[in-house]
Design a binder for this molecule. Structure first.
Ligand code: AMP
Length: 385
């Protein structure tokens, strides 16, 4: 929750985790002075949102709200900008549910519940795919017969749009303050989900994720790119069903699958220290694929001005950033070890070495702020100066 006119720092923020699992649902709820933690009985999204609405009532803040912004993962071909919610829009959103079966139904339920709970407020949806609506057709089409695009909307959409969009905005500001150019950027969102994005003059021109958030980089539990022939082989030789394949590629692969121990980078760095070879391999694969993706994204840009690291890994792991940039020596990209070790905090986020051919930055992502900005624009709340 933001007091939009006053500050980019949230008044309240929180996280509700383990929804829909057998475990207790874990809730962190913070104001500017203290962090509170709650646990409630295992529950679905409905009860989690009801908890949140009750908390707002208890704090007496419901009446102070001007609007609600929702993140919606997949807007398909239909939604290329953030949109105010109307009954017609709800019907159109329902038609997008199948595009992202792991995410969109939960997003939709959230919108429905918030509308029921706070019917007096305008509400908006901000699509994760929308920032990538500017990709050229040769970047977003797959080399499949056109009918699969026309009849089934099979194309590359890209995700993490709210994060890459925030990074484009923020990196532009940081570089402009130092009179540095900022037309050509590569944003690397490295968290449990990972994607890269080539940005030219503030617009996405290519990205690593595709029809689903499975394409591209090695992620916490997702495989990223693999030869589709592997799926054909597994279907034929192991009689694997589509559901089993989806579980394998989305939930059992990536860092978790290769290491056999964890999807969490911190755990793998510890295991590596103990000499655990599968963890070393997982980390090496992760770094190599990110660096490869930087090469791919460069092709979409007329010039590279800066690379930006963000997300839980990108913001916090100096070791992983160093491993990635090590593969980029052929492009003349280097790090300043001390600036990297302090996550750029001593130099406005800048961590490149003195002779690096492009700037390298660490910028914490703030997707919620981007959603708040989009919502404020749509409902007519004044932007901060
Ligand atoms: P996210 O999905 O953006 O929350 O990122 C989650 C990932 O960030 C996990 O792999 C974490 O291990 C990693 N991460 C978070 N904090 C740190 C840290 N201090 N050092 C290394 N990795 C971290």
């Amino acid at each position: 929750m933001f007091d939009f006119a006053k500050s980019q720092a949230p008044v309240y923020n929180g996280l509700i985790e383990k929804i829909g699992t057998p475990s207790k649902v874990s809730i962190s709820f913070n104001d500017r002075t203290q962090r509170q933690h709650f646990e409630i009985a295992p529950c679905a999204h409905r009860q989690a949102i009801e908890w949140l609405i009750a908390k707002f009532g208890e704090l007496g803040i419901t009446a102070t709200l001007d609007g609600v912004g929702h993140r919606f993962v997949h807007g398909g071909e239909r939604f290329k900008t953030s949109t105010l919610i109307t009954p017609e829009l709800m019907t159109a959103l329902k038609a997008c549910l199948d595009l992202a079966p792991l995410h969109n139904p939960a997003n939709y339920e959230g919108v429905e519940l918030m509308q029921k709970a706070l019917p007096q407020l305008p509400q908006c949806v901000v699509f994760d795919t929308a920032f990538h609506a500017t990709l050229p057709d040769y970047a977003y089409r797959y080399a499949l017969p056109e009918k699969y695009y026309l009849e089934h909307q099979i194309r590359r959409y890209g995700f993490h749009g709210t994060s890459h969009s925030f990074i484009a905005q923020k990196a532009g500001q940081v570089l402009a303050q130092q009179s540095l150019p900022s037309s050509g950027l590569i944003s690397l969102h490295l968290g449990n989900g990972c994607s890269s994005c080539a940005i030219w003059d503030g617009k996405s021109v290519d990205t690593s994720m595709g029809f689903t958030p499975l394409e591209g980089l090695v992620m916490g539990t997702r495989s990223g790119d693999i030869d589709p022939g592997v799926c054909i082989y597994l279907a034929e030789k192991c009689q694997m069903t589509a559901q089993e394949m989806s579980d394998l590629l989305n939930k059992k692969s990536g860092l978790l699958g290769v290491s056999g121990v964890s999807n969490d980078l911190r755990t793998l760095l510890e295991k590596e220290q103990e000499g655990h070879r599968p963890s070393l391999l997982a980390l090496n694969m992760f770094a190599y694929k990110v660096a490869q993706s930087v090469g791919k994204m460069m092709v979409a840009l007329a010039r590279l001005d800066a690379i930006i690291f963000t997300g839980g890994i990108g913001e916090n792991s100096a070791l992983m950033r160093a491993r990635i940039v090590h593969h980029l020596q052929c492009f003349g990209l280097t790090l300043d070890d001390a600036a990297n070790a302090s996550h750029g905090k001593t130099a406005d986020g800048l961590i490149q070495g003195p002779n690096s051919r492009a700037k390298i930055l660490v910028i914490p992502t703030q997707e919620e702020w981007l959603i708040a900005q989009e919502t404020a624009k749509l409902i007519g709340v004044a932007q901060p100066a």
